[in-house]
Design a binder for this molecule. Structure first.
Ligand code: SF4
Ligand code: SF4
Length: 357
């Protein structure tokens, strides 16, 4: 099938067509079926009879140039020289000849990479930029992911879960990340601390006031200088004021914690999209291995693996057994902090709480 290339533009990614495997280009939109011959491998068969094999290798996402070169060398030598990245930082190697799959996997594994992440596995945990690129992280999402995946590596390499599990992390409380079967998100527990000497020089005060979702910020004069003040009774400690106004420091070694949410679903394939729900809060943000958060995630996964029916996603499993039973089974306390008592939530966020008003 021929296709016109998109014209290059000044910004944005180039047209992917030119990088696609020739078998993908030839059979674009004309695939008959696909199979899953083993964990980490997919076989697609086109209406024309062509086959295309995909081998999926996990990476650490933030790749140094040497690792990237090594992966590409393996792709050149053992594959057909065509790769692509998935949104969960895996690298997929595409080959037209099924006989190449075994040696390709062997080459990847002997170079220290893991092959898996397909079908009913725990897919590679997706993570946000953290300290490498962003200016507001309260934790190092990449570090959390590395520590957790070290312990979940067998679940990535095998397909023993009732259905696919997507785990996400997020290094602040408001922006990227979230919405997975399990999400590990930063949770601030104290209002921002304002450096009044800097506000007038650094922050656009109307922008910061407008940014607060609960109208807790007001302009104020402090020590004769224009600044801001926060009504701490209203503040929900979301951290949304910190990006436009860094003097409103909210990250804190002791009071910025981790929280775990479950059951988020973007798609509407079998049920409507769902918000994730809070199940554990106040977990220590404890580098370099975050053992407390990892222990809870493993507990949820093990219980899900034992108790869910085939093909139930985590959210579907919990809806079937009920939230009280879920809390009992994973041995997590249900506290008053799990209930969203903010008045505005009745009209909007009510759908994300366990209890409806
Ligand atoms: S989750 Fe927040 S801190 Fe992390 S990269 Fe995204 S915006 Fe930055
Ligand atoms: S942390 Fe959130 S709720 Fe609190 S003042 Fe800042 S923007 Fe408002």
């Amino acid at each position: 099938m021929s296709k016109e290339m998109r014209e290059p533009i000044e910004s944005g990614c180039p047209d992917a067509w030119q990088y696609m495997h020739p078998v993908s280009r030839k059979n674009y939109g004309m695939w008959k079926y696909h199979e899953h011959p083993r964990p980490g491998v997919l076989k697609h068969v086109a209406l024309s009879g062509d086959e295309l094999w995909t081998v999926k290798a996990g990476t650490q996402r933030i790749l140094d140039v040497f690792t990237l070169r090594k992966l590409c060398e393996i792709g050149e030598k053992y594959g057909d020289g065509y790769v692509h990245f998935t949104i969960r930082s895996n690298m997929e190697f595409l080959v037209a000849d099924g006989n190449k799959v075994g040696p390709l996997i062997q080459a990847l594994e002997s170079a220290g990479f893991i092959v898996g992440g397909t079908q009913n596995s725990v897919a590679m945990i997706s993570h946000t930029q953290g300290w490498l690129h962003c200016d507001i992280p309260g934790t190092d999402a990449s570090g959390v992911v590395k520590s957790m995946m070290d312990e979940l590596i067998d679940e990535f390499k095998q397909t023993n879960m009732p259905n696919r599990v997507h785990i996400t992390t997020s290094c602040c409380q408001i922006n990227c990340g979230g919405q997975g079967d399990i999400a590990i998100n930063v949770q601030h527990t104290k209002p921002p601390k304002i450096n009044h000497d800097l506000v007038a020089n650094v922050c656009e005060r109307p922008t910061v006031v407008a940014r607060c979702p609960v109208a807790a910020i007001r302009p104020a004069m402090v020590n004769g200088k224009p600044s801001l003040e926060v009504d701490e009774k209203k503040c929900i400690c979301c951290g949304a004021c910190y990006p436009p106004c860094p003097p409103m420091q909210i990250n804190d070694a002791e009071h910025s914690k981790l929280s775990i949410w479950v059951g988020g679903n973007h798609s509407n394939a079998r049920g409507k999209p769902t918000f994730q729900k809070l199940v554990a809060a106040g977990i220590p943000n404890n580098p370099p291995r975050w053992p407390e958060a990892t222990a809870i995630v493993k507990r949820i996964l093990n219980t899900y693996k034992k108790d869910a029916k085939d093909w139930e996603r985590i959210g579907e499993w919990i809806e079937r057994i009920g939230w009280p039973r879920f809390f009992e089974m994973v041995d997590l306390p249900f506290t008053k902090y799990h209930i969203d008592t903010w008045r505005g939530a009745r009209a909007s966020l009510n759908a994300s709480t366990h209890i409806r008003f």
